[in-house]
Design a protein around this ligand. Structure first.
Ligand code: CP
Length: 645
């Protein structure tokens, strides 16, 4: 059944064209007046809006719900997803599909980057993004632009200083894209370590040829000509660069170089998104009335998407230039306008064509996972395969794939051709070939050589191979490993084995049996897949859970090449708990490795050079039985003039 509203999703602010945003503003002005006059409206009569909020909200959810009620529509709401079936593990895709059967419009907020795009793909009715992870918050931007234009009479040529957490602030990212399109100037004033992310800058540069200046708060103070007497530097070079006509023009997109600041857009530190590795500044911006005292800033308005924490002084609240409460209040007429615009779209039978170009669907296995640990594709399960497109960048030294969901770049080091089952270290000379492999659906990408080989790919060129161990020698090496472990670890009852998928996991089971043959004890045994994007250890012994806490863990792998795989397995283990000790057992120690990881237990030492590869082939119980064998061969890297044909 066709929906009551045409399938027009607003996942990004860029889903709305400039003239569409202008139309929303026109409608919003009308609704603001109608609200003041207390008019009864019926624009959304018979329509139901569902609000799915996987994260807390005051303004966005309540103003959306108020907007729908004011338009004569109805609302169903999951304000706390802990009381929905999401708490039982229902995927976002299923939730979106189901709820879109109960409503005509879905508004979603979610902690993961790209979640709104997933909801839009699976929902039968339009989806409006109310904030997804640190990516975007387009309807907040509509409110921001609306209030800015109301106060300044225009958007083109304005200069807006964005202050605070510009890394995780999703409202900032949507606002940047929009200001760039409206021809406004941006001065980024990030708190230390909270700069605008690369993927935002690259999108601006690639799609709009737009860039902006970044300064520290102290620099801004001096640039603005005396925001704070302490930091005043009357005619410093930065001041020339930012506030006079000597501005480097390529940095300033608008026709008029700025001489004053028109708005400060202050944001709170997004504490909920900080990872352990993020350097949240001790000295976060604290914005007060002093910032508005100079002749360059005294006309500026102060905006904030709210909620505020300590970054915005309460003393500003009574200053007429503080517009943040009005900015929140217009959330109702602006969101009414957006809903009414959707109704207009429907009446005019306007459907959106899919806007995505150069989409890569990986027919070849394995399909890569997104590098962003907060990307929705890392949480949704196997039904949602990461999707990438080639990023528009001049730098092709590493293959730049951009995630369709969260927009982060994945820089690929190894590529494979699915039909020939050859892999290559990527360099820019391969770009043309990779484009054709994408077209024919035969591109595979790998994080490591080991991953390529585990998937049955061979290097593009290699020297002759020779066998260095046969199946009897492999068996002897496994027995030797078992003996070393039994001799070394005094309390075997506290030992568990974790094999690295895939050959390490096969060896782990054999090692467990060999230890049982010596010590008459069956150790718990699990497998970890470092490429899967999940940290779980899958029990291999029929149990349901694999314990790590206070256990002595023996990680098992076939060969250490760079050491990267083992390092990732160790990191994953430490995320699961605190083992009392971690040891490493490898069937083959080839001596060479990039990371300083030394195995505790070694089956056999086979010294090799950097250009040689050791490949372990293990017998399986499958159809194509093969003998255990360990092979060695030299890798010949493709020369520039010797690319695949
Ligand atoms: N500005 C904003 O998104 O506020 P809420 O988190 O309260 O919705």
């Amino acid at each position: 059944m066709a929906g009551r509203l045409s399938k027009t999703d607003v996942v990004s602010i860029d889903d709305l064209a400039i003239d569409e945003i202008e139309r929303v503003f026109e409608l919003a002005e009308g609704f603001a007046g109608a609200l003041e006059r207390g008019e009864h409206l019926s624009v959304a009569d018979g329509l139901i809006m569902a609000t799915l909020f996987y994260e807390p909200s005051t303004r966005t959810r309540l103003s959306f719900e108020s907007a729908m009620h004011r338009l004569g529509g109805a609302v169903i709401s999951s304000a706390d997803m802990k009381s929905s079936s999401a708490a039982k593990g229902e995927s976002l895709a299923d939730t979106a599909r189901i709820v879109s059967g109960y409503a005509d419009l879905v508004v979603i907020r979610h902690p993961h980057d790209g979640a709104a795009r997933v909801a839009a793909e699976y929902s039968l009715c339009p989806v409006l993004n109310a904030g997804d992870g640190s990516r975007e918050h387009p309807t907040q931007t509509l409110c921001d632009l609306f209030i800015l234009r109301r106060k300044k009479g225009k958007l083109k040529g304005l200069t807006v200083a964005l202050c605070g957490d510009l890394k995780f602030g999703r409202t900032v990212h949507s606002l940047i894209y929009a200001l760039a399109r409206f021809g406004a100037n941006i001065v980024a004033v990030p708190t230390s370590g909270m700069d605008v992310p690369e993927y935002v800058l690259e999108r601006l540069a690639a799609e709009r040829n737009y860039s902006f200046a970044t300064v520290t708060m102290d620099e801004l103070k001096s640039l603005a000509g005396g925001l704070d007497a302490l930091y005043l530097t009357p005619s410093g070079p930065h001041q020339m660069a930012l506030f006079t006509r000597d501005v480097p023009l390529e940095k300033i997109p608008a026709a008029e170089p700025p001489s004053t600041l028109d708005a400060f857009y202050v944001t709170r530190l997004q504490k909920e998104r900080l990872a352990n590795t993020d350097t949240a500044s001790q000295a976060y911006v604290r914005f007060d009335a002093r910032a508005l005292r100079t002749h360059r800033t005294h006309e500026a308005v102060v905006m904030h998407p709210l909620p505020r924490t300590d970054e915005l002084a309460y003393e500003l609240d009574t200053d007429p230039r503080a517009v943040y409460f009005e900015q929140a209040a217009v959330g109702v007429p602006v969101r009414m306008a957006l809903i009414a615009w959707l109704v207009e779209q429907t009446k005019a039978s306007r459907e959106r064509a899919s806007s995505v170009t150069e989409k890569i669907r990986f027919k070849a296995e394995p399909s890569p996972r997104c590098a962003n640990s907060n990307c929705i594709t890392r949480f949704e399960g196997a039904h949602l395969r990461p999707r990438f497109r080639l990023a528009r960048t001049m730098d092709r030294a590493a293959l730049p794939l951009r995630c369709e969901y969260c927009e982060r770049e994945l820089r690929v080091e190894f590529v494979g051709h699915a039909r020939s089952h050859r892999y290559y270290r990527y360099d820019e000379n391969l770009y043309g070939y990779v484009r054709s492999w994408i077209d024919e659906g035969s591109l595979a990408v790998f994080e490591t050589v080991k991953q390529a080989e585990e998937n049955g790919y061979e290097p593009y060129r290699r020297g002759p191979q020779r066998e260095v161990m046969d199946s009897a020698e492999v068996a002897t090496a496994i027995t030797s490993l078992a003996k070393q472990i039994v001799d070394d670890l005094p309390d075997l009852t506290n030992v568990s084995i974790v094999g690295v998928v895939s050959r390490g996991a096969m060896l782990a089971l054999r090692l467990r049996d060999a230890i049982h043959a010596i010590a008459a004890l069956t150790l718990p045994c699990g497998a970890i897949d470092v490429y899967s994007g999940s940290d779980i250890v899958q029990p291999l012994d029929g149990t349901t859970e694999f314990g790590v806490e206070d256990r002595n863990i023996v990680i098992v792998d076939d060969v250490i090449n760079s050491g990267w795989t083992v390092q990732r397995a160790m990191t994953a283990l430490w995320r699961l708990g605190r083992p009392s000790g971690v040891k490493l057992a490898v069937l083959i120690d080839r001596g060479h490795r990039a990371l300083p990881i030394r195995p505790n237990y070694v089956g056999k030492r086979i010294p090799t050079s950097r250009t040689e590869r050791v490949q372990v082939r293990l017998a399986t119980n499958g159809k194509h039985k093969q003998q255990d064998r360990v092979m060695i061969y030299s890798v010949v890297e493709p020369m520039k003039e010797d690319q695949p044909g």
